[in-house]
Design a protein. Structure first.
Length: 370
């Protein structure tokens, strides 16, 4: 082989290596590029009131046989890497402590917020060190009850800035909804912390608020995080959202994938339908993933009753498109529906599920054309 041929061969090899270094394939194709898509919202600080160094007080009823396991779950949560991942960017550090209380009374059924407050107050009354101090999250674990929904909620406790979370379970394991309610209690203890609130009418604001708008709510469709023997729910990260990464942390390694649509809300006339283009995107090279559309019932005018949603295809990939068609029956003006576009696949280990949701809203308005 001549010196010229050798030189040309080496030059070609150098070009190929350079292409590989910047992400292109060895066959000279361009580097991977995520398809164009809309950005994620930010969850605003409505005054920024958070529990920056909270104490966790876990309360169980006298008729709860899982007390020791529930206390162990709370203790593990306060020491977890999960907590650091979900709390630090909101100005929240580690826990000041984790206390346990077994109440003298049983829980037999549902409770109003006032009844929850009274139950917790009675449970801690005999120990002055457990009194509200403006930095405490009280978690009331319910035993399984006949009307169990497996859900949870939180609200202010007293007038000092403390919070109380109610946590239901329907089985024999510590409920992961506890982690959801605890991070929300810390980031929004009094209702003026971090929350993406709905506008009035709701379709004049962010559709993401229809998912309830707190940092746990926006990630409730994602699989749980496993740390040691326990499962924790993911929470919204404004920082990750701003950089186009998976906004629900801790995030899985590998390519993130999702879809997006052009707008938050679409008007549709009663007795008619509208069609929306859905675009797939991923942060790195990834094969096609599954896509489904589901109408999620919300309170009041957002029940979704009378609406239907169908997709033209059940798979999508980066740069691909699918058509979403939403039909509205004989629906009164002002009614609306939240449609979740649910992307799902397994992550790089081929086993662990990944699920990501992009919401889109539809409403019936007198001005919607037939």
């Amino acid at each position: 082989m001549s010196r010229l041929c050798v030189a040309l061969s080496l030059a070609c090899l150098a070009v190929a290596c350079s292409a590989n270094d910047d992400g292109a394939s060895s066959d000279g194709l361009a580097p991977f590029k995520p398809a164009a898509h809309r950005g994620f919202p930010q969850v605003p600080a409505r005054g920024g009131v958070v529990l920056a160094h909270p104490r966790l007080v876990s309360v169980v009823a006298s008729n709860d046989s899982l007390a020791s396991d529930l206390f162990a779950y709370s203790d593990a949560l306060t020491k977890s890497a999960w907590w650091k991942s979900v709390a630090h960017e909101y100005g929240i550090s580690g826990f000041a402590g984790s206390e346990h209380v077994v109440a003298t009374e049983p829980i037999a059924g549902e409770m109003t917020n006032a009844q929850v407050d009274a139950f917790v107050a009675a449970a801690i009354a005999s120990d002055a060190s457990l009194a509200p101090d403006g930095s405490t999250i009280y978690v009331l674990y319910f035993p399984p009850i006949s009307s169990c929904s497996g859900g949870g909620s939180h609200h202010p406790f007293g007038k000092l800035g403390d919070a109380v979370a109610r946590v239901q379970r329907c089985g024999s394991n510590p409920p992961t909804i506890a982690s959801h309610e605890i991070i929300e209690s810390a980031t929004n203890p009094s209702g003026d912390g971090y929350e993406l609130r709905a506008a009035s009418p709701i379709w004049t604001g962010s559709v993401w608020s229809a998912r309830d708008g707190e940092v746990g709510d926006l990630c409730e469709s994602e699989p749980t995080i496993v740390e040691g023997a326990y499962h924790f729910d993911r929470a919204w990260s404004n920082a990750a959202a701003a950089h186009g990464k998976n906004p629900c942390v801790p995030a899985d390694a590998g390519a993130f994938f999702d879809v997006s649509v052009a707008r938050d809300w679409y008007a549709v006339a009663a007795g008619s339908s509208t069609t929306v283009k859905v675009e797939g995107w991923s942060s790195a090279k990834k094969g096609a993933w599954s896509l489904a559309a589901a109408i999620v019932a919300r309170h009041g005018d957002g029940s979704g009753s009378g609406f239907s949603a169908t997709l033209s295809k059940s798979t999508i990939a980066n740069g691909g498109t699918v058509t979403l068609t939403v039909d509205a029956g004989d629906i009164a003006p002002g009614q609306w529906a939240l449609v979740e576009l649910r992307s799902s696949a397994t992550n790089e280990d081929g086993v662990t599920p990944e699920r990501h949701v992009w919401p889109v809203g539809f409403y019936v308005s007198p001005s919607a054309a037939h």
